[in-house]
Design a protein. Sequence first.
Length: 189
Amino acid sequence: MNEFTHIPFLKSGEQIQLILHRHWIVFLFKWLFLLTIFLISFFVLIFSHEFLQIINTSVFWMVLSVFWMVTLSFTYLSWLNDELDLFVITDHRIIGIEQLSVFSRKIAESPLDRIQEVDAEQRGVLQTLFDFGTVNIHTASETSNMTVSIAPSPVENARKINNIIQDFRSKRVVSFDTKKSENPEITPV
């Protein structure tokens, strides 16, 4: 179940229950973008003799090289941004790691007892056919709601998260009831 052998931000005794990444279709779109750019470059090379009559050969190759360097850099950074977005659900809390840029990351966490609602949403034919969508995690705080966009199997993953929260709450109630019955001085009002 664990994809990672060591995650540094886990507390002692905390177990990973679920890890959510982006759906593979995000990467398919990036490959289709690269394929489109490659085909455009291929046609430019086929008709390069007409471009070469207008501009110098070295300028042509320099422009094409710079174009490919920028395109590949943009695609790599975009892939890195999506690959490093991660939601870790443990038996005590939910941790959302969102890569904003190469040197910027946003980490949000919420204890499971602060989660009020988890819902899933799929819109359109593409999301339904490829089984991806959005998982919304609503917390007791107004500012720390978490959204997992382009998540795989959103309905199934929302159900798993809800089950993890229910298990957590049932263990807390049992442990609280046990502590209450062990202390006879406390009487219910």
